[in-house]
Design a protein around this ligand. Structure first.
Ligand SMILES: *[C@@H]1O[C@H](CO)[C@@H](O)[C@H](O)[C@H]1NC(C)=O
Ligand SMILES: *[C@@H]1O[C@H](CO)[C@@H](O)[C@H](O)[C@H]1NC(C)=O
Ligand SMILES: *[C@@H]1O[C@H](CO)[C@@H](O)[C@H](O)[C@H]1NC(C)=O
Length: 227
């Protein structure tokens, strides 16, 4: 089944990108496209983009006593898309989202990626997940971790970050776009979650119901860092 998915992605991307080179390009001159008319998300001027990735995964929520879902973290695999052009960033985000939405329940993003790697590309930069806030020791902090994938063996190739700004996506079914400053790790100084697809929970829930995972795809832009 995974190789079928891989073939679909390969065929689709091969049309869009004749040479099908996704990985390992210099992105220091790339410009992130941000919504106009807002000041909460601003591209850093003190650092340059270092990694541009697409995250494919789930946002997890539990039902609170007020009958609404609250975030309990997320987990995603991060693909390198550094060799695409700006218009292809959006196209690729849509394609990954399309494939991920069509992936049968029970197949994880990791398994989809294992299937994709059968065709040699795209490559996985790392993983995004949540950890206990290392500074306060309570609550959750998002982490981007390349130490098990593209920067294996480099123990500081991670970033734990704190949100400094968010703007709603243009569609209410998509999670917010975010700006984060890194508090730990050398992978980046600033991280942006942009071009989000999906990930929003239903508007209400029954407090007895178990936690849910909602599929999402987004771009993550990592600025600065020492790699
Ligand atoms: C990014 O924007 C700058 C300033 O507008 C421009 O000079 C540069 O060519 C852009 N980079 C890319 C990769 O398009
Ligand atoms: C989110 O849910 C998935 C299962 O859908 C699970 O594998 C993962 O560990 C959960 N992560 C968090 C941070 O809750
Ligand atoms: C985030 O980083 C930017 C640039 O280094 C800095 O100007 C800003 O004060 C930081 N924001 C917070 C809330 O720490």
């Amino acid at each position: 089944m995974y190789s079928v998915l891989a073939t679909v992605l390969f065929a689709t991307l091969a049309l869009a990108v004749p040479t099908f080179k996704l990985n390992g390009c210099d992105v220091s001159k790339a410009n992130m496209s941000l919504p106009s008319g807002q000041t909460l998300l601003v591209a850093p001027t003190d650092t340059k983009p270092r990694f541009i990735s697409i995250g494919v995964g789930v946002q997890n929520y539990s039902c609170s006593t007020t009958h609404t879902y609250t975030s309990i973290g997320a987990v995603a695999e991060l693909f390198d898309i550094s060799c695409l052009s700006p218009s292809q960033f959006t196209q690729a985000t849509d394609m990954f989202n399309d494939i991920w939405e069509k992936t049968p329940k029970g197949v994880t993003a990791e398994q989809v990626i294992k299937g994709l790697s059968l065709v040699g590309t795209p490559s996985v930069l790392g993983q995004h997940y949540f950890v206990t806030n290392p500074i306060t020791g309570s609550g959750l902090s998002p982490k981007w971790d390349f130490t098990s994938a593209s920067l294996k063996g480099k123990s500081n190739a991670f970033a734990v970050a704190a949100k400094i700004g968010n703007v709603p996506a243009s569609s209410p079914s998509n999670i917010d776009w975010l700006s984060l400053n890194v508090t730990q790790g050398d992978l980046a100084k600033h991280i942006f979650r942009v071009e989000t697809r999906g990930g929003q929970p239903p508007a209400s829930c029954n407090p007895d119901s178990p936690p849910i995972s909602v599929k999402y795809v987004s771009q993550y832009w990592l600025y600065g860092g020492s790699f």
